[in-house]
Design a protein around this ligand. Structure first.
Ligand code: AMP
Length: 397
């Protein structure tokens, strides 16, 4: 079974073709600057790697470019589209409609459309990808996998904001949570790694990349997560503030005359590691500067670690205890010092990192000391594989 996984962003399209017999990726690619006449398409299959600059005015054209590469007589990996048995789409927002991945039909498309207001940059791209596939591969089963659906198991006390109830009922303002596919994937892998059913575990999964979120996963179900109504909530990130006192926004508006657009840019694009360090949103650059004695960079790093530690602590209490803490994504998988800082001084809580194990690279691994009551794991995330597996389990037969 060949499953094509598509991740359509506002101006990009990432794709991977999975051979589900082997679980291997046969080919993959990225189209950047979709919507322009100067898009870039990078395609990889085995030893082949090629780049082409071309005009891709919309997602339909990007998917046509992907399909042309996949079926190319020389570097393609399939002969024609009939060899794609099913398609999986990453869809950012499923609102409160979708608690799991679903086979796409007209009703599902209508529901995703209803959620556009909740994710105005992302859901239109997801829909464009779905519609393009309907046009190009009519009759091929398509599955939607939502970033939000895994967190639909949160109890109301975790997902409601203390606003008047009508704001929840009329406007659907609540915590949704994001990165759900990644949290779900690493939770499953962690359980496999520990050799225990996920139902027997209390996990805290830390997805730390450009965007960051932490989830409390009790018995395999998300019971709380740091991102909220939007992916701005929660942790300090590369360029995002995470949670700040909401009255700051009123102050900026009233006393500094900032517009909603200015504030949106400030909170999403100019803050976080970049804003505090005044250097970069990339932890590697900020870390280098901090080692060279740059105080703003050091403070940015200290704050980043501290925000995460706070969430890890509060989720431990929320679940009563924690069996394993799991790090994933760019920072979580690679930033040795940052993992150490986030869990520093927690020996009394039974959380002890082994410095040597922490410094090692590799795939799924434990970095906690033998005497640590809480396991600390690093599990590289693989959202595309999770999507492909969902597709297989929904339409594989
Ligand atoms: P992601 O969004 O998951 O691709 O993560 C991207 C972020 O991971 C980058 O902005 C870097 O800050 C961070 N990152 C990647 N590699 C390293 C590394 N070796 N050390 C520290 N941070 C890293």
């Amino acid at each position: 079974m060949n499953v094509l996984v598509l991740n359509a962003g506002s101006s990009s399209l990432k794709y991977q073709l999975f051979n589900m017999q082997t679980g291997e990726v046969s080919a993959k690619g990225v189209c950047d600057r979709v919507g322009t006449t100067e898009a870039l398409h990078v395609y990889e299959a085995g030893e082949v790697e090629q780049e082409e600059q071309l005009s891709l005015l919309n997602h339909l054209e990007a998917i046509k470019a992907a399909v042309a590469a996949l079926t190319h007589p020389h570097h393609g990996v399939i002969q024609d589209l009939s060899e794609i048995n099913a398609i999986g789409h990453r869809v950012v927002h499923g609102g409160d409609y979708f608690v799991e991945s679903v086979v796409i039909d007209d009703e599902v498309i209508a529901r995703i459309e209803e959620c556009v207001g909740l994710a105005p940059l992302h859901n239109p791209a997801g829909l464009a990808g779905i519609r393009a596939c309907v046009e190009l591969m009519e009759g091929t089963p398509q599955v939607a996998v939502f970033d939000t659906s895994f967190h639909q198991t949160m109890p109301a006390k975790a997902y409601r904001y203390p606003l008047p109830t009508k704001y929840f009922e009329d406007l659907k303002i609540r915590r949704y949570g994001f990165h759900g596919t990644s949290h779900r994937y690493v939770a499953q892998r962690a359980a496999e790694f520990l050799g225990k059913p996920v139902e027997d575990l209390r996990l805290i999964t830390c997805h730390l990349g450009n965007g960051c979120s932490i989830a409390a996963i009790n018995k395999g179900k998300s019971v709380d997560t740091s991102m909220g109504f939007t992916p701005l909530d929660g942790l300090m990130m590369g360029t995002r503030t995470g949670s700040i006192d909401p009255a700051i926004l009123l102050y900026l508006e009233d006393y500094q005359g900032m517009s909603a657009e200015d504030i949106n840019k400030l909170l999403n694009k100019e803050s976080g590691l970049l804003g505090v360090s005044e250097l970069s949103n990339d932890l590697r650059d900020v870390g280098t500067a901090a080692k060279d004695g740059n105080e703003k960079a050091q403070l940015a790093i200290d704050m980043y670690a501290y925000y995460a530690k706070r969430f890890i602590g509060s989720y431990t209490f929320a679940m009563g205890a924690v069996d394993a803490i799991v790090f994933t994504a760019g920072v979580g998988e690679n930033a040795v010092d940052m993992r150490q800082m986030m869990l520093e001084g927690l020996e009394e809580q039974g959380i002890i990192i082994d410095a040597e194990l922490n410094a090692k690279r590799g795939g799924d691994r434990s970095i906690s000391a033998d005497e640590s009551a809480v396991k600390v794991l690093v599990i590289p995330t693989n959202e595309e594989l999770m999507i492909a597996q969902d597709v297989k389990s929904l339409v594989g037969s």
